[in-house]
Ligand binder design. Structure first.
Ligand code: PMP
Length: 287
């Protein structure tokens, strides 16, 4: 079955899905994106992802290429045309196509492309045994809360992780762990509190993070949204990361530091169970 993508108003075969060389996303990384998981053809937390998409656009003084209701219809159609039950939806909006000039072009329509891919879930043994992450300096810009397509620093960090055969790179600003190159970072301290960086301009506020912190609070698991250091990681009982494609993934080693018992801990396992229950209730997908 051929893969279908959406490019500026048209559904096209994926290998013919192209944008103009003067798309400002291509030349300046002047755009934003979202990545949404879907199960049984239903977007997981679609409303929250669309809210974040609108916020990212607003922060860059960009506009929705179509109404949100229309976008939701196009998304549904695209998923149907790909004949996929489970997968990932990538949405990218750039400022549009214009003669290369740094300032915003006038009267240019934003460009919208969407692709659908197979689910990118962690492997069963990674969830069961936990993963290793390395640390890297956080060299990103000052507005990491915007889901910008400018991801060079994230890519370089992720590649360092791949070179070290680690699942992720946790980014360090001074001694503080901000987040992962493509995920949010957490520890569970010895008091049993889930600690994660506050959702301010220094991190991307993950949708998985938002949902998980709400689930934790609703289930009596204490949460502290405050920055934590590498020394606190070393002293932690548990660690984990979250993202749309990783769900809740236990972290058992950070650089050469073994976390807790070196096995996924009880709080992480409870949170993972709550999150998979959330997916089940919303989409019927069983993990
Ligand atoms: N931080 C960064 C830098 C990311 O790229 C991602 C994934 N896009 C996340 C956090 C997690 O966000 P979400 O839970 O919405 O996938």
């Amino acid at each position: 079955m051929s893969r279908i993508s959406y490019v500026n108003g048209r559904y096209v075969n994926h290998h013919e899905a192209m944008v103009h060389v003067e798309d400002r996303g291509y030349q300046f990384a002047d755009g934003i994106y979202e990545y949404v998981a879907f199960y049984n053809g239903m977007l997981l937390d679609g409303d929250l992802h669309f809210d974040r998409l609108e916020r990212s656009l607003y922060e860059l003084q960009m506009h929705m290429p179509m109404s949100r209701a229309a976008l939701e219809i196009v998304v549904e159609e695209l998923i149907e045309r790909n004949f996929k039950q489970d997968g990932g939806l990538y949405i990218q909006i750039t400022r549009g196509v214009a003669r290369r000039d740094h300032g915003f072009p006038k009267r240019v329509r934003p460009a919208l492309v969407m692709t659908v891919c197979a689910p990118k879930l962690p492997k069963a043994h990674e969830v069961a045994a936990g993963v290793r992450v390395i640390t890297q300096p956080d060299i990103r810009w000052g507005r990491r809360d915007i889901k910008s397509i400018s991801l060079l620093a994230n890519i370089l960090a992720k590649q360092e992780a791949a070179n070290a055969v680690a699942r992720e790179a946790w980014l360090l600003e001074g001694k503080v762990v901000t987040e992962g190159s493509a995920s949010n970072a957490y520890i569970v301290n010895k008091k049993g509190e889930v600690v994660t960086h506050p959702a301010n301009e220094k991190i991307l506020g993950g949708i998985t993070r938002d949902v998980l912190l709400r689930l934790a609070q609703d289930n009596g698991i204490p949460v502290a949204e405050k920055a934590f250091t590498l020394a606190q990681v070393e002293d932690a009982a548990e660690a984990f990361l979250t993202s749309t494609s990783a769900n809740v993934l236990p972290v058992v080693k950070v650089d050469d530091m073994i976390i807790g018992s070196s096995r996924p801990g009880p709080v992480t396992q409870k949170l993972n169970a709550l999150y998979t229950q959330h997916i089940l209730m919303q989409t019927g997908k069983q993990f």
